[in-house]
Write a protein of this length. Structure first.
Length: 236
Protein backbone atom coordinates (compact mmCIF):
# COMPACT_ATOMS: atom_id res chain seq x y z
CA UNK A 1 0.00 0.00 0.00
CA UNK A 2 1.28 3.46 -0.94
CA UNK A 3 1.79 5.95 1.87
CA UNK A 4 0.27 9.39 1.31
CA UNK A 5 2.20 12.40 2.58
CA UNK A 6 0.68 15.86 2.91
CA UNK A 7 3.12 18.76 2.68
CA UNK A 8 3.00 22.50 2.18
CA UNK A 9 3.67 23.80 -1.29
CA UNK A 10 4.61 27.40 -1.95
CA UNK A 11 5.03 29.69 -4.96
CA UNK A 12 5.27 27.79 -8.27
CA UNK A 13 5.78 24.39 -6.67
CA UNK A 14 8.37 25.32 -4.05
CA UNK A 15 8.69 23.15 -0.95
CA UNK A 16 9.22 25.58 1.95
CA UNK A 17 8.75 23.30 4.98
CA UNK A 18 11.91 21.97 6.69
CA UNK A 19 9.86 19.38 8.52
CA UNK A 20 8.55 17.99 5.26
CA UNK A 21 12.07 17.85 3.83
CA UNK A 22 13.33 15.62 6.61
CA UNK A 23 10.48 13.20 5.98
CA UNK A 24 11.04 13.29 2.21
CA UNK A 25 14.60 12.18 2.88
CA UNK A 26 13.44 9.56 5.38
CA UNK A 27 10.92 8.07 2.94
CA UNK A 28 13.51 8.01 0.16
CA UNK A 29 16.07 6.43 2.50
CA UNK A 30 13.54 3.71 3.36
CA UNK A 31 12.62 3.18 -0.29
CA UNK A 32 8.91 3.50 0.50
CA UNK A 33 6.29 4.07 -2.19
CA UNK A 34 4.70 7.44 -1.47
CA UNK A 35 2.14 9.77 -3.01
CA UNK A 36 2.68 13.44 -2.19
CA UNK A 37 -0.34 15.70 -1.79
CA UNK A 38 0.13 19.46 -1.55
CA UNK A 39 -1.64 21.82 0.80
CA UNK A 40 -1.31 25.59 0.94
CA UNK A 41 0.57 27.25 3.76
CA UNK A 42 -2.60 28.71 5.28
CA UNK A 43 -4.84 25.75 4.42
CA UNK A 44 -5.28 24.43 7.94
CA UNK A 45 -8.76 22.93 7.41
CA UNK A 46 -7.57 19.90 5.44
CA UNK A 47 -4.72 19.32 7.86
CA UNK A 48 -6.96 19.61 10.92
CA UNK A 49 -9.60 17.31 9.46
CA UNK A 50 -6.97 14.65 8.86
CA UNK A 51 -5.02 14.85 12.10
CA UNK A 52 -6.76 17.13 14.60
CA UNK A 53 -3.90 19.64 14.53
CA UNK A 54 -2.52 22.36 12.25
CA UNK A 55 0.92 21.28 11.09
CA UNK A 56 2.54 19.27 8.31
CA UNK A 57 3.91 16.86 7.37
CA UNK A 58 1.22 14.24 7.83
CA UNK A 59 1.35 10.70 6.48
CA UNK A 60 -1.60 8.40 5.90
CA UNK A 61 -0.86 4.68 5.79
CA UNK A 62 -4.15 2.88 5.24
CA UNK A 63 -6.25 3.78 8.28
CA UNK A 64 -3.24 5.09 10.21
CA UNK A 65 -2.64 8.86 10.32
CA UNK A 66 0.63 10.12 11.79
CA UNK A 67 1.71 13.74 12.28
CA UNK A 68 4.83 15.41 13.70
CA UNK A 69 8.07 14.67 11.86
CA UNK A 70 9.67 12.81 14.78
CA UNK A 71 6.65 10.55 15.22
CA UNK A 72 6.56 9.94 11.46
CA UNK A 73 10.23 8.95 11.36
CA UNK A 74 9.74 6.60 14.31
CA UNK A 75 6.67 5.13 12.65
CA UNK A 76 8.55 4.52 9.41
CA UNK A 77 11.40 2.83 11.28
CA UNK A 78 8.99 0.46 13.04
CA UNK A 79 6.70 -0.03 10.05
CA UNK A 80 9.53 -1.01 7.68
CA UNK A 81 12.10 -2.81 9.84
CA UNK A 82 13.75 -4.64 6.92
CA UNK A 83 14.39 -1.44 4.97
CA UNK A 84 17.57 0.62 5.54
CA UNK A 85 17.48 1.94 9.13
CA UNK A 86 16.86 5.56 9.93
CA UNK A 87 18.25 5.24 13.46
CA UNK A 88 19.85 1.86 14.15
CA UNK A 89 19.39 0.35 17.59
CA UNK A 90 17.38 1.86 20.45
CA UNK A 91 20.40 3.75 21.76
CA UNK A 92 20.87 5.36 18.34
CA UNK A 93 17.18 6.27 18.26
CA UNK A 94 17.46 8.06 21.61
CA UNK A 95 20.63 9.84 20.51
CA UNK A 96 18.88 10.95 17.33
CA UNK A 97 16.04 12.27 19.47
CA UNK A 98 18.56 14.52 21.20
CA UNK A 99 19.84 15.74 17.82
CA UNK A 100 16.24 16.43 16.82
CA UNK A 101 15.71 18.62 19.88
CA UNK A 102 19.13 20.26 19.58
CA UNK A 103 18.45 21.29 15.98
CA UNK A 104 15.92 23.83 17.23
CA UNK A 105 18.79 26.02 18.50
CA UNK A 106 19.49 26.83 14.84
CA UNK A 107 16.05 28.31 14.29
CA UNK A 108 15.88 31.68 16.11
CA UNK A 109 18.87 33.29 14.39
CA UNK A 110 18.04 31.66 11.06
CA UNK A 111 14.51 33.03 11.12
CA UNK A 112 15.93 36.52 11.49
CA UNK A 113 18.25 35.94 8.55
CA UNK A 114 15.71 34.62 6.05
CA UNK A 115 12.18 35.74 6.98
CA UNK A 116 11.93 38.87 4.77
CA UNK A 117 13.19 36.80 1.81
CA UNK A 118 11.27 33.65 2.68
CA UNK A 119 7.85 35.23 2.28
CA UNK A 120 8.39 35.34 -1.51
CA UNK A 121 8.69 31.54 -1.60
CA UNK A 122 5.06 31.24 -0.51
CA UNK A 123 1.98 31.31 -2.69
CA UNK A 124 0.73 34.92 -3.03
CA UNK A 125 -2.47 34.10 -1.15
CA UNK A 126 -0.45 32.79 1.83
CA UNK A 127 1.93 35.71 2.29
CA UNK A 128 -0.34 37.86 4.43
CA UNK A 129 -1.06 34.92 6.72
CA UNK A 130 2.66 34.24 7.10
CA UNK A 131 3.53 37.89 7.68
CA UNK A 132 0.81 38.54 10.26
CA UNK A 133 1.41 35.33 12.21
CA UNK A 134 5.20 35.70 12.31
CA UNK A 135 5.14 39.40 13.08
CA UNK A 136 2.77 38.71 15.95
CA UNK A 137 5.19 36.12 17.33
CA UNK A 138 8.21 38.40 16.86
CA UNK A 139 6.53 41.54 18.12
CA UNK A 140 7.86 43.52 15.16
CA UNK A 141 7.89 43.53 11.37
CA UNK A 142 9.89 40.92 9.46
CA UNK A 143 12.17 43.66 8.17
CA UNK A 144 12.77 45.08 11.66
CA UNK A 145 13.44 41.61 13.04
CA UNK A 146 16.13 41.05 10.41
CA UNK A 147 17.68 44.51 10.40
CA UNK A 148 20.83 43.59 12.33
CA UNK A 149 22.01 40.89 9.94
CA UNK A 150 25.63 40.70 11.22
CA UNK A 151 24.33 39.96 14.72
CA UNK A 152 22.07 37.13 13.59
CA UNK A 153 24.70 35.66 11.28
CA UNK A 154 27.16 35.61 14.18
CA UNK A 155 24.59 33.89 16.41
CA UNK A 156 23.85 31.34 13.72
CA UNK A 157 27.55 30.67 13.14
CA UNK A 158 28.02 30.14 16.88
CA UNK A 159 25.16 27.63 16.97
CA UNK A 160 26.77 25.77 14.06
CA UNK A 161 30.21 25.37 15.64
CA UNK A 162 29.56 21.85 16.97
CA UNK A 163 28.59 20.80 13.45
CA UNK A 164 31.71 22.35 11.96
CA UNK A 165 33.90 20.47 14.44
CA UNK A 166 32.05 17.21 13.86
CA UNK A 167 32.30 17.38 10.06
CA UNK A 168 36.02 18.00 10.33
CA UNK A 169 36.17 14.50 11.84
CA UNK A 170 33.52 12.52 9.96
CA UNK A 171 31.44 12.90 6.80
CA UNK A 172 27.96 12.69 8.35
CA UNK A 173 26.35 13.23 11.74
CA UNK A 174 25.57 9.51 11.89
CA UNK A 175 29.16 8.57 10.96
CA UNK A 176 30.30 7.11 7.63
CA UNK A 177 26.84 7.31 6.06
CA UNK A 178 23.72 9.48 6.49
CA UNK A 179 20.74 8.60 8.65
CA UNK A 180 17.81 10.49 10.08
CA UNK A 181 20.02 12.67 12.29
CA UNK A 182 21.54 14.08 9.10
CA UNK A 183 18.18 14.52 7.39
CA UNK A 184 16.61 16.46 10.23
CA UNK A 185 19.57 18.85 10.57
CA UNK A 186 19.96 19.22 6.81
CA UNK A 187 16.30 20.17 6.52
CA UNK A 188 17.07 23.36 8.46
CA UNK A 189 19.80 24.28 5.97
CA UNK A 190 17.53 23.36 3.07
CA UNK A 191 14.92 25.72 4.49
CA UNK A 192 17.49 28.51 4.41
CA UNK A 193 18.85 27.46 1.05
CA UNK A 194 15.45 27.56 -0.67
CA UNK A 195 14.10 30.42 1.44
CA UNK A 196 16.69 33.10 0.75
CA UNK A 197 19.08 34.04 -2.07
CA UNK A 198 21.81 34.77 0.51
CA UNK A 199 23.88 31.85 1.70
CA UNK A 200 24.13 31.49 5.48
CA UNK A 201 26.99 28.95 5.28
CA UNK A 202 30.55 30.09 4.62
CA UNK A 203 32.12 28.45 1.55
CA UNK A 204 35.02 26.08 2.05
CA UNK A 205 33.96 25.03 5.55
CA UNK A 206 33.43 21.45 6.66
CA UNK A 207 29.78 22.39 7.18
CA UNK A 208 29.48 23.55 3.57
CA UNK A 209 31.06 20.30 2.35
CA UNK A 210 28.57 18.24 4.39
CA UNK A 211 25.69 20.28 2.97
CA UNK A 212 26.97 19.55 -0.54
CA UNK A 213 27.06 15.83 0.22
CA UNK A 214 23.50 16.00 1.50
CA UNK A 215 22.29 17.87 -1.59
CA UNK A 216 23.75 15.18 -3.85
CA UNK A 217 22.09 12.28 -2.02
CA UNK A 218 19.35 10.33 -3.82
CA UNK A 219 20.22 11.72 -7.25
CA UNK A 220 20.15 15.31 -6.07
CA UNK A 221 16.84 15.16 -4.20
CA UNK A 222 17.39 18.61 -2.67
CA UNK A 223 17.54 20.21 -6.13
CA UNK A 224 14.47 18.55 -7.66
CA UNK A 225 12.15 21.44 -6.81
CA UNK A 226 12.37 25.17 -7.67
CA UNK A 227 14.84 27.29 -5.74
CA UNK A 228 14.51 30.90 -4.69
CA UNK A 229 12.37 33.06 -7.05
CA UNK A 230 14.77 34.86 -9.36
CA UNK A 231 12.64 37.97 -9.56
CA UNK A 232 13.12 38.50 -5.81
CA UNK A 233 16.77 37.50 -5.56
CA UNK A 234 17.74 41.11 -4.93
CA UNK A 235 15.21 41.67 -2.15
CA UNK A 236 16.43 43.02 1.18
Amino acid sequence: MTIVMYERVGFEGRRPSPFSWRIRYALTHKGVDVEYRPVRFADVDTIKQLSGQNFVPIIVDGSKVVHDSWHIASYLEDRFPTQPPLFGDEVARRTTRFVNLWSYVLGPALQRLIYPDFIWCLAPEDREYFRSSREKALGQSLEEASADRPRWQAEFDAACRPLERLFAEQPFIAGPGPRYSDYLVFSVFQWARLGSPRDVVAPGTALAEWRSRMIKLFDGLADKFPGYPKEHAGSR
